[in-house]
Design a protein around this ligand. Structure first.
Ligand code: MG
Length: 367
């Protein structure tokens, strides 16, 4: 494949409200957009780690350095012919999954455009709509929590997920059940508990949750297996599900009954699709998580979530849920809890140059 140029654009968009999870808080969303130009077409990817030590070890700065110093030069030198070759090329660099996802997903978008099909069809999906779930971070008070849920739930989101941590679990869940009744509800702890908390975590069975996402540290597959053995509630792995061998080991150990697949965490769409296939073969349903990414990355997750074994609502939300402005046209919208992909080849969403101009931090071209 002849690559005419690659353009990296680092943007920073303010959030509509602070996003707080058990191990960090952010008020702005950083993303590096990767534009791969080839014969009049441009495929776009997004490399989307959060700033600071939030969720992953990667940061926008480390991703930028890896893209500029390693990934882009390798791509330009080796002219990969297809997404499999791009994926192999990414494997030649250790770690840096978020940086790799930006490059690899751009080539998927480009490939789908070249073949005149929407990205979801190129991935093997058969539907152009997916269910969306609402996620609410850790907020200062129960009153703030209920207000935030009420404000966003009117768009019909198919389930509610709240972030929990020790001291912020039973009380908010009790209040949510009291106010919102039998709503589909799940929790995400982002690794905040330890094996000392197993009986406490088991007591969350009382709330009839869809799942408990990543209660224990990411390397503690054994602890997750112990918890799953005593809990009625399915355990879902997120941070632990870093690659396919780890997911296979988690399934063998019965550490989970559900897996959250994030394109960023696994380094691109091919790895995500392979993880989906491995889980499907083992009878483990999956769903599509987010960082959340801006619109390019969010839309890619919606495309991916059209695959058969994505059985639960995605974390992708409407563009206006988190971002003061999103960088895509059209915006991602949720109607009656559903996101419908636009017609068109590739990702189907275009970049909004005016918005990007407002939030651009830096840009660099490579030939
Ligand atoms: Mg999570």
């Amino acid at each position: 494949m002849k690559i005419d140029q690659i353009i990296l654009t680092h943007v920073r968009v303010p959030l509509t409200e602070p996003f707080k999870i058990s191990n960090g808080e952010i008020t702005e969303k950083d993303a590096i957009l990767v534009g791969v130009h080839s014969a009049g077409l441009v495929g776009y990817g997004e490399s989307s780690p959060m700033s600071g030590s939030f969720y992953s070890e990667e940061t926008p700065e480390s991703a930028w350095d890896c893209l500029v110093g390693e990934l882009i030069p390798r791509v330009l030198q080796s002219h990969p012919a297809n997404v499999e070759e791009v994926n192999n090329l990414m494997d030649s660099v250790a770690g840096n999954a978020f940086a790799k996802a930006g490059v690899e997903t751009a080539f998927w978008d480009l490939a789908a455009q070249q073949e005149h099909v929407p990205l979801y069809k190129r991935l093997g999906g058969k539907r152009n709509q997916v269910e969306a779930g609402l996620a609410v971070g850790i907020v200062p008070s129960i009153k703030d929590l209920l207000q935030s849920i009420e404000k966003h739930l009117v768009e019909g989101y198919k389930r509610l997920k709240i972030k929990i941590q020790p001291g912020w679990d039973v009380k908010p869940l009790s209040e949510i059940r009291r106010r919102f009744g039998v709503i589909q509800l799940m929790v995400d702890a982002n690794c905040a508990y330890t094996q000392a908390d197993l009986s406490h975590l088991k007591s969350l069975d009382d709330f009839d949750l869809m799942m408990i996402e990543q209660p224990l540290p990411k390397d503690d597959l054994e602890g997750h297996a112990k918890l799953q053995a005593i809990s009625r509630t399915p355990i879902c792995l997120d941070e632990s599900a870093k690659d396919i061998p780890t997911v296979q080991r988690a399934i063998e150990m019965k550490s989970c009954r559900i897996v959250n697949i994030k394109i960023q965490r696994v380094g691109g769409l091919l790895n995500a699709k392979r993880m989906h296939d491995v889980c499907a073969q083992a009878g483990i349903p999956v769903w599509g998580g987010t960082m959340p990414e801006l619109g390019i990355g969010g839309a890619q997750t919606v495309h991916l979530a059209t695959l058969d074994n994505f059985k639960y609502p995605t974390d992708v939300e409407a563009s206006h849920r988190w971002f003061v402005e999103d960088i895509i046209v059209p915006l991602i919208e949720v109607h009656d809890g559903m996101i419908t992909l636009p017609e068109g080849n590739g990702n189907g969403y275009s970049l909004n140059a005016e918005v990007i101009g407002r939030y651009k931090v830096r840009e660099q071209q490579f030939r």
